[in-house]
Design a protein around this ligand. Structure first.
Ligand code: ZN
Length: 428
């Protein structure tokens, strides 16, 4: 195993390739198959919640499974589930009948402004069925009779989600959550699943100050079910990130938690600021992914959302064009790197006080200040020493200091470590 960014990006991309063909939904075998694949890399526990279980205002739906589906004319399949699982509206009820185009037409969905793409549609909460197809194909369908088949089942079963806790020195937790319910869509959201796996491997690879809880769950109903089952323990969650759409080439975007000024919000704003992406930090809106549930008023957890181009803002969103060409190893590796920097701040951020706050200590005497003698990190490193010494007053954390000084967090943390080693500061 390597953490070389190039290899890491390639490994994440290969996982996306492997999982791309699987027909996932909010329940069913495709979701389980995906979570079992995650288990090969990360020891997630698979939880099964029976259909019919009440979770807050929702009920776990019947389990949906599909084997095949098609629209046939003259003995020839013109729409074929085996060619793309997006062709079937997710959660379609079973159908097997002969019908005219006029009868079939209300069940067909296309994108007139993107005539070659297949849309992604779902019908989780309404008993209905439908097919998605390119507008070009839809327009070319002649009048006449069609054989229509959706070989699906909606039956009592369960909703599956995967969860893994990587314990750290503290029981304070960082929640990392991604949705795993989309069929053949690459950026939304196999990209985040791949990044979350690598983050979990990293968390497991060495001791951590904080504990990390990874959730791989179907969107909305999955996070609501998880919250309902873990309501008593939510106080442990001190920081959180919902990850989504992390594989396309657009710039990274961070959406703040509902609180707006949680530590994770400040850490993410710092990291994006360092990367020159300060304008990509956005205020919370109650739309998007599972942050909607974590940040509902009854919980108000400090959970933000990290994406590259956010949902709905790239043309390929929820269409067949969100495919393996839209995502690439390099942005995946960059997304991973961005999250690890945010987590490093959460791990290392501390408040310090000066051992003796009167005047500046004599740094040269302690080998910390080299003037013009040509040390590796001049002059920013020495500047960082002076900033930490000045703001080590129990009111400013290292991240506050880095923000105020306009210096990278890692440099400020390194300066603090050096000052700590010389007993010039101590933890507040
Ligand atoms: Zn989506």
């Amino acid at each position: 195993m390597t953490s070389d960014p190039e290899d890491l990006g390639q490994r994440m991309y290969r996982l996306i390739e492997e999982l791309y063909p699987v027909c996932r939904s909010i329940t069913g075998e495709g979701l389980r198959e995906t979570l079992r694949r995650v288990q090969r890399d990360v020891p997630i526990l698979l939880h099964e919640i029976p259909s019919g279980t009440a979770v807050f205002d929702w009920t776990v739906p019947p389990e949906w499974n599909i084997r095949d589906a098609w629209i046939e004319r003259g003995g020839k399949r013109i729409v074929d589930f085996r060619a793309s699982n997006l062709h079937v509206v997710s959660y379609s009820t079973p159908v097997r009948r002969r019908m005219t185009l006029a009868e079939l037409r209300p069940h067909l969905f296309s994108l007139p402004d993107r005539p070659d793409w297949i849309p992604y549609r779902t019908a989780y909460w309404s008993e209905s069925w439908g097919f998605c197809l390119s507008h070009r194909l839809l327009e070319s369908l002649p009048e006449g009779d069609y054989e229509v088949c959706i070989d699906s089942t909606l039956a009592p079963g369960s909703l599956t989600y995967g969860e893994c806790l990587v314990p750290g020195a503290s029981t304070d937790e960082v929640l990392i959550s991604c949705h795993t319910c989309h069929p053949s869509l690459a950026n939304d959201n196999l990209s985040a699943l791949a990044v979350a796996i690598e983050l979990a491997r990293r968390a497991m690879s060495e001791p951590r100050a904080l504990s990390y809880r990874f959730l791989f769950l179907p969107g909305t109903i999955g996070s609501i079910a998880w919250l309902a089952r873990n309501e008593a323990d939510l106080g442990r969650i001190k920081h959180g990130l919902v990850l989504s759409c992390l594989g396309n080439r657009g710039p990274v975007t961070y959406k703040r938690s509902r609180r707006g000024d949680a530590s994770v919000d400040r850490a993410a704003a710092h990291v994006l600021g360092e990367a020159g992406l300060g304008t990509r930090v956005r205020a919370f809106v109650p739309y998007g992914y599972d942050e909607r549930q974590y940040c509902s008023p009854g919980f108000d957890l400090p959970v933000g959302c990290l994406t590259r181009t956010p949902n709905g803002e790239f043309p390929e969103y929820h269409t067949s064009a969100d495919n393996l060409d839209l995502v690439a190893p390099r942005p995946l590796a960059d997304s991973y790197e961005t999250v690890t920097r945010i987590l490093e701040i959460l791990e290392q951020d501390r408040r310090y006080v000066r051992t003796d706050p009167r005047g500046e200590p004599q740094l040269g005497r302690r080998g910390l200040y080299q003037g013009v003698a040509g040390a590796r990190q001049l002059p920013q490193y020495e500047l960082a020493l002076l900033w930490v010494l000045n703001l080590a007053d129990n009111r400013h954390s290292l991240r506050d200091i880095a923000d105020r000084a306009g210096l990278p967090f890692a440099l400020v943390a390194e300066a603090a470590a050096a000052l700590l080693a010389k007993d010039l500061i101590r933890e507040a």
